[in-house]
Design a binder for this molecule. Sequence first.
Ligand code: N01
Length: 582
Amino acid sequence: MTANTGTRPERPAEVGAVFDAIVVGAGFAGMYMLHRLRGLGFSARVYEAGDGVGGTWYWNRYPGARCDVESMQYSFSFSEELDQEWNWSEKYAPQPEILSYANHVADRFDLRRHIVFDTRVAAATFDEAGNCWRVETDRGDKVSAKFCIMAVGCLSAPNRPNFRGLEDFRGPIYHTGEWPQAGVDFTGLRVGVIGTGSSAIQSIPIIAQQASALTVFQRTATYSVPAWNEKLTPEYRQSIKADYPALRAKARARPTGFYFPFNMESALEASPEERDKQYEEAWASGGLPFLGSYGDLLFEKAANDTIADFARRKIRSIVKDPKTADLLCPDNIFGCKRLCVDTGYFETYNLPHVRLVDVSKTPIERFTENGIEVNGVEYPLDAVVCATGFAAMTGSFDKIRITGRKGLTLAEKWRAGPRAYLGVASVGFPNLFMITGPGSPSVLASMIQAIEQHVDWMADCMGHMRDIGAQTIEPVLESEDAWVEHVNEVSKVSLRSTCSSWYVGANIPGRPRVFMPYIGGFPVYVQKCNEVMTGGFTGFVLEGAPASNAEPKVRFTERWRVPLDIEVISPAAVAARRVPVV
Ligand code: N01
């Protein structure tokens, strides 16, 4: 498969260096973690596999890549100055602009001098005698630190299906999640795209503009809502900047961690005419908020049927060929898999040089020298794009040999599914933190807000440990078990747990079927984390602190005192199944 980068500069291995903290990954999570650690006066080292910052937005350079959370909200909120000085150009920022923002943050906060690029962490081993993590990289570095922080991303380990005959194919094969930095020119080529998830839906309309012929291999049809992306005017930006903190506060109080108006009514209590009107208006606004048209869409199948029917009617109204339209109409729960947001996706199938091949019943048989074979038919191709997604949530942990107490590896511990208390730490792995780990809202919230909340919590925790002289922090098994059970229980409330998506690991053969992110809603989760912290880290054991009679003063990043009463979001609302989760 064609790689993202070319050469990496030679450098000598670093052996024996000791840090307070080692951070794995220099995406938004790793960058903000570094910033907080330095603010606390900790020594820190970040290792990053790529040759630049940005994580997801460094690797996913495929044509059409852009964010599906509005740019004014998909950004760091920890610095009012940063909020004021950065100007997003579009409603949904394109990948190059988000990458520029990541680079701006790295420069503005002088982060690069503590990041080592072109270096992949290969192993992290807890040294029980020394109470520290020993970290090894693929460049031969051997360093150690009291804390090891995984900022490895939820969608960072590409899923490359092992199709028969891959090596026979004469053309290039790309993965959307590892797109070449130099870009790809498909002009005049016959291109095949495998997959119809978010990455495919964004790239297909652009690839179709260049390719002489485009063949899309679809295993599962996908719901998608128009983005109606547009340029942002200075006036609009200013209207938000006039009171950015208020928008940020409203966003933190949302189950999704970003703000959009939504309707808490039941779809089933509305008449068909009222529903159609509501859906038409929401469709005309576009984007993920479409799922907020009613409060029970992800909780009641009958309610979901109404929005699914509407979306199918939209597809049929756009796609001219009825057979292709039929194939493009999903028959599963609307929003069960991650909802896609597109610009001209369904319209692309009206182009004469674009065709859709159904591989749901007869899978891709093999690659040949000249193309892809399905059901005995060879589709001739010059280049192939695998938009086949990721080993989500745990895939990036699997790539590192992480060994905790008594030689137990994280991969062994998580064989039947990930287990982590609050999604931040796992029993047997002291002082190992996971930013947006499994069991936290992560991918069900706006990622940057989820990252900031985790990083602030972890930084406050590490600062507190230093204050009281604690050496290690580790969850108690009962607390971890109870949290994992809670994550599972809450997921059953949502229709989201019912379909085969990457949320449950079902996109990769052999993975255990477990609903990995926490679906109870961002503010509910934040409140739980706050309680744990202000209660003196309940559910965790802190060891090594000398006994003291003084009440420990816990650090706390104030902006996470999220009021649960902003616009009816409450645990009761979650329990009443009336909280749309995107
Ligand atoms: O990956 P996916 P993605 N043969 O797993 C198909 C985020 N994201 O990279 O559904 C044939 O969604 C697979 O088929 P099926 C976002 O959270 C955000 O598109 O498993 N097909 C599916 O159609 C998103 O959800 C943005 O039956 C095969 C596709 O490949 C997540 O990343 C943009 C196959 C994979 O879809 C992942 O999105 C992009 C096989 N052997 C991504 N194996 C934003 O907008 C897999 N497929 C911010």
